[in-house]
Design a protein around this ligand. Structure first.
Ligand code: HMG
Ligand code: MG
Length: 286
């Protein structure tokens, strides 16, 4: 369509597959990324350079990065929690890297084994290196409305972590409803606080769909001026350190939702459906 642009950042190969109970073949991961590349995304998050003891599903990150066919116009991104991860991502030719913090102390400990303040210090050299190598740096804040261990999270805590990631040089901060329990009113209150620190043009919404409210939360975010959303084709996903988290909102549903509201995403719906069929085939039997 000709409408205002909204960018969908594709999460299935990373957030989607990191939580699959069985290990997905490297070749199938590469095929998934290639099918997604065909859809016309600006950005696809391909994998994570994390400890294979923490997330065994992402242990083949270098092989996936080496095997994918790169489409011109698509940036292939990876999570890099520390310098070791950054150097590995750089060696694999990642076009973009992401650091990931949490608004919840308990989740920070469970997910990356350190406090929020320690995580910011750990990210500092990654941020410097990304600047040096001119690789765009994205930042995530997890548990922006609720934490699986602490319950409700205060909006000012989210705003504080988002500001610190922005100060580190992240060009965009993705706000994660990690366990997908956020109600639209809570998301709106959180955004109100974060927008006091950071412009809407530097924010992305990352909604898991555990409670079936992800599209409502996207609607609230659109009203607040956000124009970038993370989504996972086939609804794959969850987080291994967030018990009960369902997949990210399905890209197919987000694309239909946005186009109906007159936004343009640049995604080829027919090719997306083909990728979704393959993505769903990778899901473990429930
Ligand atoms: P640690 O144990 O504190 O760190 O883990 P360490 O430095 O002591 O290293 C432990 C082991 O990991 C060592 O190996 C290191 O060499 C190795 P060992 O000697 O025991 O054999 N190691 C690495 N290996 C490969 N790549 C690396 C790396 N770093 C260390 N980069 C650490 C700290 C951060 C490494 C660990 O906690 C970790 O990998 N956590 C990742 C957890 C994760 O990936 N979670 C899912 C992504 S976040 C998410 O899904 C939320 C999001 O979607 C948004 C939302 O929904 O809210 C983004
Ligand atoms: Mg997530």
């Amino acid at each position: 369509g000709q409408g205002e642009r909204v960018t969908i950042v594709e999460m299935a190969p990373r957030d989607g597959l990191q939580n699959e109970a069985r290990l997905v073949d490297t070749g199938d991961k590469i095929r998934l990324v290639d099918l997604l590349s065909d859809c016309g995304y600006e950005r696809i998050e391909v994998t994570s350079f994390v400890s294979p003891r923490w997330v065994p599903q992402m242990a083949d990150a270098p092989a996936v990065m080496a095997g994918i066919a790169r489409r011109q116009g698509t940036r292939y991104a990876a999570l890099t929690p520390n310098m070791r991860g950054f150097e590995a991502a750089l060696a694999c030719g990642a076009d973009e890297v992401a650091i990931f913090a949490s608004a919840s102390e308990s989740f920070s400990q469970k997910n990356i084994n350190c406090s929020i303040a320690e995580s910011i210090e750990r990210f500092r050299p990654v941020a410097e290196a990304s600047r040096h190598h001119r690789i765009p740096l994205r930042g995530y804040v997890s548990c922006v409305v609720e934490c699986p261990y602490e319950g409700a999270i205060a909006p000012r805590d989210v705003a504080g972590v988002a500001r610190q990631l922005s100060e580190l040089g992240c060009y965009e901060i993705s706000l994660g409803d990690t366990i997908g329990r956020g109600r639209p009113e809570a998301v709106d209150a959180m955004l109100n606080a974060v927008l006091g620190e950071i412009a809407a043009s530097k924010l992305a919404g990352h909604f898991h769909d555990t409670s079936g409210r992800a599209l409502e939360n996207i609607a609230v975010s659109l009203e607040r001026g956000l124009r970038v959303f993370d989504a996972s084709t086939g609804g794959l996903g969850g987080c291994p350190y967030a018990p009960g988290a369902a997949g990210n909102v399905d890209t197919v549903a987000v694309n239909v939702f946005l186009e109906k509201r007159g936004f343009s995403t640049g995604i080829d719906a027919g090719k997306l459906e083909r990728a979704a069929v393959f993505a769903r085939s990778l899901r473990s039997a429930a």
